[in-house]
Design a protein around this ligand. Structure first.
Ligand code: MOS
Length: 753
């Protein structure tokens, strides 16, 4: 059961205080010393290794596999194909809500995308399994792959993302354009991107009768238990998932996938534990990606530069067999005050693996297009981009008129602009050069991300020795959840963080909800907060009802909990330690349980978003067209900040991804075969430190009384959203060229020169 993986670092002892402190990561020491164990580090007695053979075509049928050759290879134990794949309790062609996807688990010989598993080889060693898979020599009946916009099949979706509306209309869009003094129009292309977490999707699966234990990286522990239970026909409580450390998830580890299910199936079939770790190339297909989009924006403005209409149309790519669509157009709904907004989506079926949520799904791609379109509209109006955004600042949610639960975006604009030095920016493009003759450009973008809240449960225990224990099946995939959640729980318990142990990352703990949607700290945090208060309430009851306590008769409202002691509010000198209260009551511990969900009324009454403003400087080599993002300044407002160090780290990570989106990242498909040509970390470009020499994230204070009782909003995804547009707009400011496809390429800039 949960190993002891939750020590506190010396840093915690030094700070010795609660929420709001920049504590270092609780998991940091374990990670940098190599003591953190990831899923694939697990070994079981008698364990077998599974390796998937994947298709090298994108559409067609597997005619034959040389199963015999693979099976007779030394060490190979079994070869699983559609012919002998044991049945599942749930039809994998049927989606399972929520976040239900059709799962690819050798149900037939059809090939629907490149890198689709077409067999799974299980062997005594990884080498034998790998060699066995290479001996299968698949023969295909090949159809032409449809991987382009031109040959995909367009369709009208019922929903986008994980159930969002595919069309939202506010006001009269055509009247808005009719009354406009100017209309700017632009089309944008965003490519398929792959999550590329450092840690591959892996699982070590072990069956004991009809009980299943899984060591695997997983962003949605309890939800996934229910999913596996459905596929394998066992009760959810029979599934235990351990996910203490995750080497990045970004959404791809929140959703069940075919390879992992096949490995679990193999373990059941062969009655031995099985390990599967996807090689990097196999992460380009069966485990989700950010789908490509083709977006069209029309922006109408009046003579004074105010929006009269905003129309955002997105064509989002998905697979031939499932429906996840990047909800990119919805990025235009919450941000700018236009009397008419139309956001609509179409779907495009391609022969690709099914896309899924990837860090800032919808907003990342959608705001990339929106922020450039807004910049173009500002340019058309002869206005400074910041002035234009302020002129169109939404005081209430556009379309609905709902008040924002909080919105310190104005402060983000002001602080970010000041730190960046925006006021010195020339209005026209191609006005600035550096000392080496490079073109210099400054651009900006607005960042926005919604604030989902997931139902969550937690337990907080006060122990006789005066320490606390916090338990919730939450997940730290690098965002700092262990640390932030411990801070929230410790605060609720009136204990210093080093006095609390946090247990997390195991599905048998109270359901901490999903680590996703930038909602984990708020959701699991609120449950821990409530659980801690519950435990303290019980402690206060014990003390105030005990004539021997200095708190006798104080009543709940008359007591404060601080640093392991209860104090009378009216006379702080009268106090007693938690351990003394528990000892006299002969209690070894007090357990507070809690569930937490958002007040539906508060959620209906308010629009809830984190906001930010990102300012970018780029330098462009005038001869080579090479772009460097030399300086990024982001100012973000996201309610109460639990740990400024970790929040800043999230903003940095988001901004780095934004730069990656703008300048580097793209899965390149060979349209002749439908295969992705750069399915490795050498050719799939992501930034390194040298690509981003200067990053600055400013934390703007924001008090939000409505978003949840903690006042905490999300910080994990918003950093991408403003950054892409800011960089693209800076590239225009440097060069005078509007790049409309991402990543921005040298040839896009040179074509107009
Ligand atoms: Mo995320 S795409 O909510 O992990």
């Amino acid at each position: 059961m949960p190993v002891e993986i939750f020590p506190s670092s010396p840093e915690h002892r030094r700070h010795g205080s609660n929420a709001g402190q920049p504590l270092t990561r609780r998991d940091g020491l374990l990670k940098v010393t190599g003591k953190a164990t990831y899923a694939a580090d697990n070994h079981r007695e008698g364990m077998l290794y599974a390796v998937a053979a994947v298709s090298s075509i994108a559409r067609g049928r597997v005619k034959s596999l040389d199963v015999q050759a693979a099976k007779s290879h030394p060490g190979v134990v079994e070869v699983i194909t559609p012919a002998n794949r044991p049945p599942l309790a749930h039809n994998p062609n049927q989606k399972m809500p929520p976040f239900g996807f059709r799962i690819e688990v050798l149900q037939d010989d059809t090939v629907r995308y490149a890198n689709q598993p077409i067999a799974m080889v299980v062997a005594e060693t990884l080498e034998a399994a790998t060699e066995g898979a290479a001996l299968l020599n698949p023969q295909y009946e090949t159809d032409t792959a449809r991987t382009r916009r031109e040959n995909g099949e367009r369709f009208k979706p019922e929903a986008v993302g994980v159930g969002g509306p595919s069309r939202v209309a506010h006001g009269d869009i055509e009247a808005g354009f009719a009354s406009a003094a100017r209309v700017t129009e632009a089309e944008f292309v965003t490519p398929a991107q792959y999550h590329n977490a450092m840690e591959p999707h892996a699982v070590v699966a072990e069956w004991d009768g009809d009980r299943l234990t899984l060591d695997m990286p997983n962003q949605a522990l309890v939800l996934s238990c229910a999913g596996y239970a459905t596929y394998f026909g066992i009760p959810p409580e029979n599934v235990l998932i351990r996910s203490p450390f995750i080497g990045g998830g970004f959404g791809s580890k929140a959703i069940l996938n075919g390879p992992q299910i096949l490995a679990i199936l193999a373990a059941r079939m062969l009655k031995r534990p099985v390990k599967l770790a996807l090689p990097r190339a196999q992460m380009y297909g069966p485990v989700g990606h950010r789908g490509a989009t083709w977006q069209k924006l029309r922006v109408g403005t009046d003579a004074g530069g105010r929006l009269t209409a905003l129309h955002h149309h997105t064509l989002s790519a998905t697979s031939s067999f499932d429906d996840f669509l990047e909800p990119a157009a919805n990025a235009s709904l919450p941000l700018y005050a236009s009397p008419a907004i139309l956001a609509e989506h179409e779907g495009l079926r391609l022969d690709t693996g099914t896309p899924g949520p990837m860090r800032a799904p919808g907003e990342a791609s959608g705001s990339a297009a929106l922020e450039v379109a807004i910049d173009e509209a500002a340019e058309a109006c002869g206005m400074d981009p910041l002035e234009f955004r302020l002129a169109n600042y939404a005081e209430t949610e556009p379309g609905t008129g709902r008040p924002f639960s909080s919105k310190a975006l104005r402060e983000c604009y002001a602080e970010g602009a000041k730190r960046f030095g925006w006021s010195g920016r020339p209005l026209a493009a191609r006005q600035m050069r550096d000392e080496n003759g490079c073109l210099v450009g400054w651009g900006m973008g607005t960042a926005v991300f919604h604030c989902p809240h997931f139902p969550a449960e937690a337990r907080a225990t006060l122990r006789a020795d005066g320490t606390g224990l916090l338990e919730t099946a939450g997940v730290d995939m690098g965002q700092g959840a262990w640390t932030a959640l411990a801070q929230i729980g410790a605060e609720a318990l009136g204990l210093d963080p080093e006095m609390v142990e946090l247990r997390s990352g195991v599905s048998s703990l109270p359901d901490g909800g999903i680590a996703g949607g930038s909602g984990h700290t708020a959701s699991a945090g609120l449950a821990l907060h409530n659980a801690g208060r519950n435990a303290i309430d019980q402690l206060v009851d014990l003390a105030t009802a005990d004539p021997e306590s200095p708190l006798f008769g104080a009543g709940n409202v008359g007591v404060v909990a601080r640093a392991g002691r209860l104090h009378r509010r009216d006379d702080e000198g009268r106090s007693e330690s938690y351990s003394d209260i528990l000892a006299r009551a002969r209690r070894t511990e007090l357990v507070g349980d809690a569930k937490a969900a958002r007040e539906p009324a508060a959620a209906e009454a308010h629009a809830m978003f984190s906001h930010g403003a990102v300012f970018a400087e780029v330098k462009v080599d005038p001869d080579l067209g090479q772009v460097r993002a030399t300086r990024l300044v982001g100012a973000f407002a996201a309610g109460r900040i639990i740990n400024p160090r970790l929040v800043r780290s999230q903003y940095y990570g988001g901004m780095i991804w934004g730069a990656s989106f703008a300048l580097l990242e793209e899965a390149v498909t060979d349209h002749r075969t439908g295969r992705i040509m750069n399915s490795d970390l050498a050719e799939y470009h992501v930034p390194v430190n040298a690509d981003l020499p200067s990053l600055d994230a400013i934390l703007i204070p924001e008090d939000d009384p409505y978003v949840n009782p903690l006042g905490v909003k999300g910080v994990g995804e918003i950093g991408i959203t403003g950054t892409v547009g800011a960089i693209a707009n800076a590239v225009w400011h440097a060069t005078g060229v509007r790049a409309r496809r991402f990543p921005i390429r040298i040839e896009d800039l040179l074509s107009d020169w």
